[in-house]
Design a protein around this ligand. Structure first.
Ligand SMILES: [Zn+2]
Length: 146
């Protein structure tokens, strides 16, 4: 499939919507796409609570998980992960929230690409949203922060 890259730049940035295909495959990821996604991540992080949870399990079926980002639940990251894996998991789960229709495999690719393309400063900023202290279990939906 041929994709013309000259066209999106003519669209004013504030009107542009980054779609999942901007971030997958062997395409060039433009800094403005990366920055747009980063900005949307930050906006999400204003309304979504991030939790670090010991031995994280899926609250629906008890299956062990690295992370989950279901609507209406806090975004949870397994505390057994290393520092960089925690950040990758945060990127992964935020990508699910941003692109709710994308398949798991696609989100993994988005995670991989964003991990590579985010600047040091962007990564450091995202890291500040991951709590240092781990909870023993997933907080109930009722305690969600506003
Ligand atoms: Zn996933």
């Amino acid at each position: 499939m041929f994709v013309c890259y000259t066209e999106p730049s003519r669209v004013p940035l504030k009107m542009k919507k980054v779609r999942v295909w901007n971030l997958v495959g062997d395409r060039v990821v433009w800094p403005e796409d990366r920055d747009e996604v980063f900005g949307r991540f930050l906006r999400r992080l204003k309304t979504v609570r991030v939790c670090l949870v010991n031995n994280l399990k899926d609250p629906r079926d008890g299956e062990p998980l690295d992370g989950f980002g279901l609507r209406g639940w806090p975004l949870c990251i397994n505390a057994t992960l290393s520092k960089s894996e925690r950040l990758k998991t945060l990127i992964h789960e935020l990508s699910h929230l941003l692109f709710p229709d994308a398949e798991e495999e696609t989100i993994r690719e988005v995670e991989r690409v964003l991990w590579k393309k985010f600047t040091k400063k962007q990564r450091a900023t995202l890291e500040t949203y991951i709590p240092k202290r781990a909870l023993q279990k997933v907080p109930s939906r009722a305690t969600r922060q506003r």
